[in-house]
Design a protein around this ligand. Structure first.
Ligand code: ZN
Length: 241
């Protein structure tokens, strides 16, 4: 028996058989892993309430290298009651966990992506004390998550030919092709307004934007960036809304 002990987030649970559950976990040490949880629906003491999403859990997995591991133990190591008690935060957390489920490759550690996810959940947990609106935190995390797994959006120059995009003008953007695409390279599909582009810059500037940075980002720009992130995820990971 080979045991794997790691911190994890539950990104999906599906009922399995009469009393079991299959949990999809994004783990700190082993990337995305699926685990059978025996007796989960009978209220097994071993796992207790530790299969709820949003909270960081520590898991002990029996891993024989097959597609499915078996969960031996699970306990909550970081409870995020702030996320659970704020509908906007909970909604943003749900979207981020869904992104992670589709974007993280199976059984491949993704330490940067993991950090982005944990930082986002911690920031959402601090709302409203943190006072950065959840959708803006989500937009920032989405851009960072794409970058972490190597699909960062190019928003400075044409992603195809490298031609710089002038400041203050609307630009064509095609997430499937990596970001901005100039007209010469066939950029046409959709337009990124200067404000949204500036918002992406300000949100990317630091790992955790200050309240002032986030306040400079309008809700409209944040929504435009969230749309871009969603389309980029779809292009790269077969992600479905
Ligand atoms: Zn070009």
């Amino acid at each position: 028996m080979s045991l794997l002990e790691t911190r994890a987030l539950v990104v999906r649970t599906v009922e399995f058989g009469e009393s079991d559950v299959i949990a999809t976990l994004v783990t700190e040490d082993a990337g995305k892993v699926a685990a059978v949880v025996r007796g989960a629906r009978k209220g097994s003491r071993r796992v207790g309430g530790a299969l709820e999403p949003v909270h960081t859990i520590a898991v002990l997995l029996d891993d024989k290298g097959a597609e499915l591991t078996t969960l031996k133990e699970s306990r909550i190591v970081q409870l995020r009651t702030g996320v659970v008690s704020n509908l906007e935060s909970l909604d943003a957390a749900g979207t981020a966990l869904r992104w992670a489920r589709h974007l993280f490759p199976p059984r491949t550690p993704e330490p940067l992506g993991w950090s982005v996810l944990i930082e986002l959940l911690d920031a959402l947990d601090a709302v409203p004390a943190g006072s950065v609106p959840p959708r803006r935190e989500l937009a920032r995390a989405g851009l960072a998550m794409l970058a972490a797994v190597g699909y960062g959006l190019e928003l400075e120059q044409c992603a195809v030919c490298g031609r710089p995009c002038p400041e203050g003008r609307s630009a064509c953007v095609d997430p499937a092709r990596g970001g901005l695409v100039c007209r010469a390279c066939g950029g046409a599909a959709s337009v990124l307004l200067p404000a949204a582009r500036e918002a992406a810059r300000s949100l990317s500037r630091r790992a955790t934007p200050s309240t002032a940075d986030a306040a400079a980002v309008t809700d409209a720009s944040a929504e435009a960036l969230l749309g871009l992130v969603d389309r980029a995820m779809a292009a790269h990971a077969g992600f479905e809304r």
